[in-house]
Design a protein around this ligand. Structure first.
Ligand code: AMO
Length: 439
């Protein structure tokens, strides 16, 4: 009974079948969402990428052979249905299909490890184990349609501003963001690492005259913590701009973020409705807070944060209580920012680094960089690192490196903001976390 497509081809997706197409012949393809056999009439719900269509098979109108075939179908099997459209007040979308032929393309085994009809709620681990079934739910796949649109909009925005897309190595020899979060790998007879960030490469691009570059690619972090915000493999949207400082790239970042939200709101209205999210396009410029003010704000709420410390989870949560939306934190102490961040020339204790926050979630970090070779060597040493292991990177600073600035925006964290997802794993097809390496 299981057959190939032959000359059958889909003519419409569910949502394209409208009541004004009465009597029109259509071919739909998808999965059996539901079967209700009432004896004299069988209702099939056919689900595809867009939605669900009711296939109505009354014994008066449909041949006994076809009815028998329909009775053999099992939930989540793949079928193609040829039939005619009929207006129906009771059916979803105001239409039903009276079937003339049904082709079973692949019968599904039973029982299912997961119910894609969302009647039974499953735990995230069960869902991730059977992610292909989980992604049949429109509430789940909507998140990825939104993520895809966001990435499209980001690319378009940067391309329009004449940024050049680059691809940098993910097999690397050294750390960039502090030594503890690296995944070591065996590179022939040497030790190497999975790249934590394209940081050093995008900076080296600034010495080439390409001037404005971006990369959208995986970053690998050996985070020990099992949290709702951390992944071991994430997608970073990285940007670097020559002849620019932190203020220039903060403006670029907020404009890009606001533009992507506006675009997602317009282009993904159905997906947003499916997941029950009403997006608000933030006004630019975003509020700009100083790190020292953040310390005061956090302490005022009874959470202890000493000046010079990075924001703890409790401190982030306290900020989420007072700030409702996107905001920058600037003026970070140099001590807690990486070696490549430019210290303020008047007060080197303070750096030209910033974070972009959404309520209690950090979604991006950036800075003006150190472009002066000797200062960079000092900064590397002051972090307890050996400048010799950075000599190829440092060479780019000896023969004409312009002042430059940039940032990295986490694609999954930004998708959390767009979809109101509480767990970052919801925004990754196949997340990698402390315990999960499959599927
Ligand atoms: P940072 O380490 O702050 O900065 O990373 C930038 C952004 O990437 C995302 N991100 C993560 N998302 C999920 N899970 C993780 N484990 C994870 N780690 C990072 C966050 C974060 O804000 N080189 C600098 C950027 C720069 O200065 O250009 C960097 O990597 O959204």
């Amino acid at each position: 009974m299981t057959e190939s497509l032959g000359d059958w081809r889909r003519t419409h997706y569910s949502r394209q079948v409208k009541p004004d197409m009465n009597s029109q012949k259509v071919t739909l393809m998808g999965w059996i969402h539901e079967i209700r056999d009432l004896g004299g009439i069988i209702f099939l719900l056919l689900r595809d990428r867009d939605g669900v269509t009711q296939i109505t098979a009354p014994s008066k109108k449909v041949s006994p052979k076809l009815l028998e075939e329909i009775r053999k179908l099992r939930k989540e099997s793949v079928v193609a249905v040829k039939g005619s459209v009929q207006e129906s007040g009771k059916a979803p979308g105001g239409v039903e299909i009276i079937p003339e032929e049904i082709k079973l393309l692949n019968q599904s085994q039973q029982p299912l490890p997961l119910d894609p009809t969302e009647k039974v709620r499953a735990e995230i681990d069960t869902r991730l184990d059977s992610r292909f079934l989980d992604l049949r739910k429109h509430s789940v796949n909507s998140i990825f349609k939104i993520k895809s649109r966001m990435l499209h909009s980001v690319r378009l925005f940067l391309e329009e501003q004449e940024f050049i897309e680059i691809n940098t190595p993910k097999l690397v020899a050294s750390a960039t963001e502090g030594g503890t979060e690296l995944f070591p790998i065996t590179y022939f007879e040497r030790e190497a690492f999975l790249g934590q960030s394209p940081q050093l490469y995008k900076q080296m691009m600034m010495a080439t005259s390409l001037d404005k570059v971006y990369e959208i690619a995986p970053i690998f972090r050996a985070e020990e913590h099992d949290t709702l915000r951390h992944l071991n493999e994430a997608i970073s949207i990285d940007v670097e701009v020559a002849f620019a400082d932190q203020d220039d790239v903060m403006i670029l970042l907020e404009e890009m973020v606001a533009n992507a939200i506006k675009d997602v709101k317009k282009s993904c209205s159905e997906e947003l409705e499916t997941i029950g999210v009403e997006l608000e396009v933030p006004k630019t410029p975003f509020p700009r807070l100083q790190y020292s003010d953040v310390v005061d704000l956090v302490n005022a709420q009874g959470v202890n944060l000493r000046y010079g410390e990075d924001l703890s989870r409790a401190a982030e949560k306290a900020m989420g209580e007072v700030m409702d939306g996107y905001y920058f934190i600037s003026g970070w102490p140099s001590e807690i920012k990486p070696f490549y961040v430019m210290p303020n020339s008047e007060n080197p204790e303070i750096s030209h680094a910033f974070d972009l926050m959404y309520r209690d979630l950090e979604i991006s970090s950036g800075a003006m960089r150190v472009h002066l070779h000797d200062l960079l060597v000092d900064r590397i040493k002051s972090k307890g690192l050996n400048p010799d292991s950075f000599n190829r990177y440092l060479a780019a600073f000896q023969f004409g490196m312009p002042p430059h600035a940039g940032w990295g925006l986490g694609a999954e964290r930004f998708t959390m903001c767009l979809t109101s997802a509480k767990n970052v794993r919801e925004t990754v097809l196949f997340p990698r976390d402390r315990r999960r390496l499959t599927p």
